[in-house]
Design a protein around this ligand. Structure first.
Ligand SMILES: Cc1cc2nc3c(=O)[nH]c(=O)nc-3n(C[C@H](O)[C@H](O)[C@H](O)COP(=O)(O)OP(=O)(O)OC[C@H]3O[C@@H](n4cnc5c(N)ncnc54)[C@H](O)[C@@H]3O)c2cc1C
Length: 338
């Protein structure tokens, strides 16, 4: 190919790319423009969706079993020793045979000097650092328009850590230097938009919270953060808005917990195809944000292979792509950045 023809082609392609960019630029009240991102409506639900509950209240139901404040899992679920001295799993949540008669002998023969009867000391009360208050922001969210709000020490500490051993140890024996100053539970996209707008306006720091199962300290607060910190617990945004059986697509809110999503799709004979070991507690939004991997990935791929489209709230407005196709031929892919 001669040089001028190559140049012509390059110019044509550049003109085409530029025309797309020009169409896609959003001006947000005079602030900097965001190329390649257009505020579109979400993908259109199919006429024949078997699920259509956009207007319904969230499923997350307060009647869900309560999570422990001081460790992994639900209250009442714990390993203990039975009358015969064997290790068993206490609590009523799991229906499996919860007695493990071979476990203790295995531990004792494998780990030299282990004493299964010894218990480590653990604080049974919550210790919480002082609260930073931004009164203007607190007033602005007090009408509940962004969702329910809690300022209790228990909720603040629960939302101030993930599940690394170090964080567990601090929770039980030490003290976190910094935890969120309040927790908000939005129930719909517009609640999050308003919350982020107000946080931006009053200079408040926002940390999204899914299941809190992170093992990379991603929900831990920076110790030197002087601004008020708000943990945005997404678990009341757990609706499946629609399912398109012919394209095998589903539109689901970010706060749905893995096991709940799988159960609900399995009623329709479908699967998410994503099953991290934490899927009883971790959420769809958390999977996307951490680019999670699950044990079914050899069949269905990792979460970034399964995700087709997502709508994200930023201080500059809502971002979403206007293409719902699963494959990307130009990069970088915005979803990977998110
Ligand atoms: C026992 C155990 C087993 C695990 N197994 C696996 C595994 O098999 N595979 C794997 O990949 N990981 C695994 N993990 C790690 C963890 O479960 C994953 O990183 C999971 O994706 C986190 O999801 P989450 O909902 O708990 O998110 P969180 O821990 O609450 O948050 C993680 C990050 O995502 C952000 N975030 C959460 N929700 C949103 C949202 N809606 N919008 C924007 N940002 C958000 C948070 O701000 C934070 O930065 C495991 C962890 C534990 C403790």
């Amino acid at each position: 190919m001669d040089h001028s023809r190559t140049e012509q082609m390059a110019n044509r392609r550049m003109a085409s790319v530029l025309s797309h960019l020009q169409n896609s630029v959003v001006q947000d009240e005079g602030r900097r423009s965001i190329p390649l991102v257009v505020p579109t409506s979400s993908p259109i639900p199919p006429q024949d969706s078997e699920v259509s509950d956009e207007s319904q209240p969230p499923y997350s139901a307060d009647e869900k079993p309560k999570l422990k404040w001081n460790g992994w899992g639900y209250e009442g679920t714990e390993f203990d020793l039975n009358d015969e001295g064997h290790i068993y799993l206490a609590g009523e949540r799991y229906t499996m045979d919860s007695h493990f008669p071979n476990f203790r002998p295995w531990l004792e023969s494998t780990i030299e000097g282990i004493d299964v009867d010894e218990t480590s000391s653990m604080r049974d009360t919550i210790i919480c650092p002082p609260q930073v208050r931004n009164e203007q922001f607190i007033k602005a969210i007090s009408d509940g328009k962004c969702g329910e709000v809690s300022y209790t020490e228990e909720e603040r500490v629960i939302h101030g850590h993930g599940q690394t051993l170090e964080e567990m140890f601090t929770l039980r024996n030490g003290q976190f230097e910094r935890v969120p100053d309040c927790v908000v539970w939005p129930t719909k996209h517009e609640d999050v938009e308003l919350l982020v707008k107000l946080a931006d306006k009053y200079n408040v720091c926002v940390i999204p919270f899914g299941g809190g199962t992170t093992v990379s300290k991603a929900v831990k607060c920076p110790e030197d953060e002087k601004r008020m910190i708000v943990s945005v617990d997404m678990r009341k945004m757990d609706r499946i808005k629609w399912v398109d059986r012919s394209s095998l697509l589903a539109c689901v809110e970010a706060g749905i917990v893995g096991i709940q999503l799988e159960e609900r799709l399995s009623e329709l004979g479908l699967t998410v195809g994503h099953e991290p070991d934490s899927h009883e507690f971790s959420t769809l939004g958390g999977w996307v944000a951490t680019r999670a991997s699950g044990m079914k990935k050899n069949v269905y791929g990792n979460i970034e292979d399964i995700l087709v489209h997502c709508k994200s709230v930023t201080p500059m407005g809502t971002m979403e792509k206007n293409c719902y196709g699963p494959r990307i031929s130009t990069g970088p892919d915005l979803h990977h950045v998110i």
